[in-house]
Design a protein. Structure first.
Length: 191
């Protein structure tokens, strides 16, 4: 199980929090984890799944903290033509070494391998008859193939976590679509 929000430990210290899981859309193989650092570094790292030694409530990596810091950033900030949005107001936070033009605005660009999708708790899970919940995590097999998506479903006092099997998952992206109805999902056993 790879739980979104789980702490991630390198071999010598904690390196961050699991924020996203990257899945190849064709093979349904988890290829990378996105790990948000705890030290105020705003850019998350793209960590190959081969560095994962164990998972569950905590994710353990086989690399050291120094090796983890050398992993590529999953996002970059680029400046594009156009006025900054009124809600941004953050251009003053950029280092003095970057000199965007007066009409440039910052845009966060995600760098994922081609054909792959990053899924997180921000992804809405949609049943055949409407929205059903949010992603809690995924279950993978020994070959890193996604076997289930985990979500919390139900209402305030009757919430439970369910594991939706991969054959019922139709699409990954901004939302995760499944081929089950809300009632069919509610009938799944608690995970």
């Amino acid at each position: 199980e790879l739980r979104i929000g789980a702490p991630v430990d390198c071999s010598d210290q904690t390196c961050g929090t699991l924020t996203r899981v990257v899945v190849d859309r064709q093979s349904w193989v988890v290829t990378h984890l996105v790990v948000e650092p705890p030290d105020g570094d705003v850019l998350a790292r793209l960590v190959p799944i081969d560095l994962v030694a164990g998972a569950g409530n905590r994710v353990r990596l086989t690399c050291t903290w120094a090796e983890w810091r050398r992993q590529p950033y999953v996002e970059d900030v680029e400046f594009v033509d156009g006025p900054a949005s009124e809600s941004w107001g953050g251009l003053l936070l950029w280092p003095l070494t970057s000199h965007p033009g007066a009409h440039d605005r910052p845009v966060v660009v995600e760098h994922l391998p081609p054909g792959e999708a990053a899924i997180s708790e921000a992804n809405q899970v949609r049943a055949t008859d409407g929205a059903i919940g949010r992603l809690d995590g995924v279950v993978i097999d020994a070959h890193h193939r996604l076997t289930h998506v985990l979500l919390r479903e139900g209402h305030l006092w009757r919430k439970k976590e369910v594991a939706i099997p991969n054959p019922s998952v139709e699409a990954l992206g901004n939302e995760i679509r499944v081929t089950l109805s809300k009632d069919e999902i509610a009938d799944l056993p608690a995970h």
